[in-house]
Design a protein around this ligand. Structure first.
Ligand SMILES: [Zn+2]
Length: 734
C-alpha cells in the first residue's frame, strides 16, 4: 500500500506511529455530562489546532492490506455496482455552486450504489436495502437528501454525506444511525504533506472530528439497534476523482469529559486512547465521472463500507475470503473462454512460451495449476499395450515411443494386428477430471476436439497426404473388470471412459529437426509448400488451423521414397466465428493476438514465423502480448523477416511480403500460385538457380498488383506496402 504512483498521496505519511494505549484514566461519565460535552464539541478547527503537532509527528497504519483488498476484489467479481449520477470532473477547476451541487449528488449516488451492491452481494437479495443516504447540514446538524438541500438553498452548509440506517420513524436521521461518513474535499488528490501540509492537516483534523462525533453519539444512543462493534468508525475523504479512507477506533468511555476543556480532552483521547489508520489517496472516478469499481481507490472505499455494514448487520453468510476462493474457478472458466489455457513448454526446456496477459494474476495461477494437474493426465509407458473400444470393435496399440515436443505427449504406436505400421496416439483425460483442471481443457483440444475436426474433415471429403487422417477413436479399456452401468457410462475406475485418438501418419516434429540441426533451407521450402497445401485444402472446406507451431508440423520419412510434411495438431482449428485460435506469443498471427480471431492470412502468417524461427531467425524473449505485437510490427516494417527468408529463397521472401500485405485484411490467400512457385523450386535439382528474372518474378509482381488493386479500397497504406514488396523482391533478384 505504499505510495509510489503519482496518483497516490498519503495523508499521514510522516514520522512515527501511534498505538492505542490501554493505560490512562478511565472514568465513567454520566450520560448528561457526555451529552453536554458533545453539544460543546462543535469546532473542528480548534480540534485540529490541538492535534497539529501530534499529527505532524505521527505515522499511521493503513486500514487495509493489499491482500485484503485483493481478496475483497475477488469476492466482488459477481457484484454489480451502478453509479447513475456521474461525478463532475471540473470540481477543482471551478467552485461554481452547480458543480459542487452535482458533486454532492454524485457522492450520494456513489454511496447508494456501493451499499446496494455490497448488500446484494453479501447479505442476499431478499428484502429491501436497509440503508439510505443523506447529507449533513453544518448549522442544523440535520440530514437531508442532497437534492432537497440543494433545492432549498442549503448547499452552502452541507458538510458531509452519510450512509445511514433507514428509519421510517426518524425521517431526518440521527447521528447514532450513521454507518459511514463521507467528506467532500476538493483538491484532495493534489495534496501532499510536502506540498500542502496545512490543507492535509485540516482534512485529517476534520475527519477525526466527525469520526469522534459519531463515536460519541453512538455512546449516547438509546436506539435498539445493537452495534456489533461500536468502537470503530470510517470516514471517506473524496474529491471529484480521488478518495481515501480514515478509520478511527477507540473506547470513548476512556475520554475525560471535561466540559470546560472539550477540545483538549478530545485531542488527548485521540492521542492516547485511539488508533487511527489512513489509507493512501487513490483514484475513484475517471475523467468521465464514472467510478472505477475495480481500482484500489474504489476498493478501499467499498471495503470500508463493507466493514461498516458488518458493524450493523453482522458478518454476512459468506465471508469475503470465502467468496474470494470462488475466484479461482471463475478464473479458469474465463481463461478457457479466452483460450488462454495454452502454456507450452518443450521437452528439454530449451525455450519457453509464456502467456502473460495484461492482468498479472493470470500468470500466477497458470504456473501453479499447471504443475498439479499435469499429473492427472494419462501417461503411458513404452512397450505397454493399450486397448481401446468403440461400440463394435476393440483394438490394441503398442507404445513405441513417447513424443513430448508439445506440452502434451503424443505416442508413437504400432497396432497389435498390423505390425509394421506406425501411428500417432493421443490420450485424453478421464471424464471425471474434465471439470476440475484447466489443463484438461488442453487435453480436450488435444484429443476430443481434434477427433471432432478430423471426423469433420473426413465427412467433408478432405484428403491430402499433408493432412492427418483419423485411424481410430474410442475409449480406453482399463485394467480389471469394467462395471460401467451402460454402454455410454463410466465405472469407478479412474481411467474409465478415457478418450483415445489414433491418427496417421507418424513422424518427427519440425521442432525435433531444429534441435538436431537437420531443418535445412531445402527442408524449409518443402515444409512451406506442404503446410500451404494442407492449409489450402482445409481452408477451402472452411477450416483454419489456428495453432501452427514447430511441434505441430511433422516430417514423415518412413514408408515413402519422398519424405513430406504433415500439418498436425488440429484441435484448435477454427470452424466458425466463435471459435478461438490458440494464443502463442511466438507463432500466433498479429490478428489472433489482437483480436483473438483469425483472418484469412493468419495461418500463413504463423507459417512464416515458423519458417523464420526454424531457419535460425532471432526471436527476442517475448513475455507479453504487447511485446509480441511490437516485435511483429518492427520486424515486418524493418524487413527482418523478409530478408532472413530471402536468404533461403527469393520465393519465400516474396511470399512473406505477400502475406504481410494481406494480414488483417479480409482478402483470401491465392494458394495456387504460391504452391506452384514453391513446387517449381523444390522439384528443380538446384533450387534457387531456376528463378529466371522475367517469367515467375513478373508473375509475382502481377499477382501483387492484382491484390493491391483489390486492396486499394482497403487503404493506401497497404498499397504502399505492396509496392515496396514488389520492388523489394525485384531488387533482390536483380
Ligand atoms: Zn470402467
Amino acid at each position: 500500500m505504499e505510495g509510489g504512483s503519482p496518483d497516490r498521496v498519503s495523508l499521514g505519511s510522516r514520522a512515527k506511529r501511534s498505538s492505542a494505549s490501554s493505560g490512562g484514566r478511565s472514568r465513567a461519565a454520566s450520560s448528561s455530562v457526555r451529552k453536554e460535552f458533545v453539544r460543546k464539541f462543535v469546532d473542528c478547527e480548534i480540534l485540529t489546532a490541538n492535534l497539529e503537532d501530534w499529527l505532524c509527528n505521527t505515522d499511521f497504519d493503513v486500514p487495509f492490506t493489499l491482500k485484503e483488498l485483493q481478496d475483497f476484489d475477488y469476492a466482488l467479481e459477481a457484484a454489480s455496482f451502478q453509479q447513475l449520477i456521474r461525478m463532475p470532473n471540473a470540481l477543482h477547476a471551478s467552485t461554481s455552486e452547480a458543480v459542487e451541487a452535482a458533486a454532492y449528488l454524485a457522492i450520494e449516488d456513489f454511496l447508494h450504489a456501493s451499499s446496494k451492491g455490497l448488500w446484494e452481494r453479501f447479505w442476499g437479495q431478499d428484502g429491501p436495502m436497509p440503508f439510505s443516504v443523506a447529507c449533513l447540514h453544518s448549522s442544523s446538524s440535520k440530514f437531508y437528501p442532497a437534492e432537497k438541500a440543494i433545492a432549498s438553498g442549503k448547499l452552502g452548509g452541507l458538510c458531509a454525506t452519510a450512509l445511514m440506517l433507514k428509519n421510517s420513524q426518524q425521517s431526518r436521521g440521527k447521528w447514532d444511525q450513521i454507518l459511514l461518513l463521507s467528506l467532500l474535499k476538493p483538491n484532495l488528490g493534489s495534496l501532499s504533506m510536502e506540498g500542502d501540509r496545512r490543507s492535509a492537516l485540516s482534512i485529517l483534523g476534520e475527519a477525526l472530528f466527525f469520526a469522534l462525533h459519531v463515536l460519541l453519539w453512538r455512546s449516547l444512543s438509546r436506539s435498539t439497534t445493537v452495534l456489533h462493534d461500536p468502537t470503530c468508525v470510517f470516514v471517506l475523504l473524496v474529491d471529484s476523482q480521488y478518495g481515501g479512507v480514515l478509520k478511527l477506533e477507540g473506547d470513548v468511555y476512556r475520554l475525560n469529559y471535561d466540559k470546560n476543556n472539550v477540545y483538549e480532552s478530545a485531542a488527548e483521547w485521540i492521542k492516547t486512547h485511539s488508533k487511527i489508520s489512513v489509507s493512501p489517496v487513490d483514484r475513484i472516478w475517471n475523467k468521465l465521472g464514472n467510478a472505477n469499481w475495480g481500482d484500489i481507490g474504489a476498493l478501499q472505499v467499498l471495503l470500508a463500507t463493507f466493514h461498516c455494514m458488518v458493524q450493523f448487520y453482522g458478518m454476512p453468510k459468506h465471508s469475503f475470503e470465502e467468496l474470494a476462493t470462488d475466484h479461482h474457478s471463475r478464473l479458469q472458466n474465463r481463461r478457457t473462454e479466452r483460450q488462454l489455457v495454452d502454456t507450452r513448454m518443450n521437452g528439454n526446456g530449451m525455450f519457453r512460451f509464456q502467456q502473460r496477459s495484461v492482468s498479472p494474476e493470470i500468470v500466477e495461477v497458470e504456473e501453479e495449476s499447471g504443475k498439479v494437474e499435469s499429473e492427472e493426465a494419462l501417461r503411458l509407458e513404452v512397450g505397454s499395450v493399450l486397448w481401446l473400444e468403440d461400440s463394435d470393435w476393440q483394438k490394441g496399440y503398442q507404445i513405441n515411443e513417447v513424443l513430448s515436443d508439445g506440452e502434451l505427449p503424443i505416442y508413437n504406436v504400432t497396432p497389435v494386428e498390423e505390425r509394421g505400421r506406425e501411428f500417432f496416439l493421443y490420450a485424453g483425460s478421464s471424464p471425471r477430471h474434465l471439470e476440475l483442471a484447466h489443463e484438461d481443457m488442453n487435453i480436450w483440444y488435444h484429443v476430443q476436439r481434434q477427433t471432432k475436426i478430423l471426423n469433420l474433415m473426413k465427412q467433408r471429403g478432405l484428403s491430402s497426404r499433408h493432412l492427418p487422417q483419423l485411424v481410430a477413436s474410442g475409449r480406453l479399456i482399463h485394467s480389471g473388470t469394467c462395471e460401467k452401468p451402460s454402454s455410454s457410462g463410466n465405472c469407478s475406475h479412474p481411467r474409465c471412459g478415457t478418450p483415445i485418438l489414433v491418427t496417421a501418419p507418424s513422424g518427427i516434429s519440425v521442432m525435433n529437426m531444429v534441435r538436431n540441426s537437420i531443418f535445412t533451407p531445402d527442408e524449409a521450402l518443402r515444409c512451406c509448400h506442404d503446410c500451404l497445401s494442407a492449409l489450402s485444402i482445409a481452408s477451402a472446406a472452411g477450416i483454419r488451423h489456428g495453432n501452427i507451431t514447430p511441434e505441430n508440423v511433422i516430417h514423415v520419412s518412413s514408408g515413402t521414397r519422398r519424405p513430406y510434411y504433415v500439418l498436425i495438431g488440429w484441435g484448435h482449428a477454427v470452424l466458425e466465428d466463435r471459435d478461438r485460435p490458440s494464443m502463442n506469443l511466438m507463432f500466433s498471427s498479429s490478428y489472433a493476438l489482437l483480436e483473438g480471431k483469425l483472418c484469412s492470412a493468419s495461418d500463413a502468417e504463423s507459417l512464416i514465423y515458423l519458417l523464420y524461427f526454424c531457419s535460425g531467425g532471432a526471436f527476442p524473449e517475448l513475455d507479453s502480448v504487447e511485446g509480441a505485437l511490437h516485435w511483429r510490427e518492427s520486424s515486418w516494417s524493418g524487413r527482418l523477416i523478409q530478408q532472413m527468408l530471402g536468404d533461403i529463397s527469393a520465393v519465400l521472401k516474396a511470399f512473406a511480403d505477400y502475406v504481410d500485405s494481406l494480414c488483417g485484411t479480409p482478402y483470401t490467400i491465392d494458394y495456387e500460385i504460391w504452391l506452384r512457385r514453391l513446387k517449381k523450386i523444390i522439384t528443380s535439382d538446384e533450387y534457387g538457380k531456376e528463378i529466371d528474372e522475367s517469367g515467375p518474378q513478373s508473375h509475382i509482381i502481377e499477382q501483387l498488383l492484382k491484390v493491391s488493386l483489390h486492396v486499394l479500397s482497403y487503404g493506401l497504406d497497404i498499397f504502399q506496402k505492396l509496392r515496396l514488396a514488389a520492388y523489394g523482391s525485384n531488387y533482390r533478384i536483380a
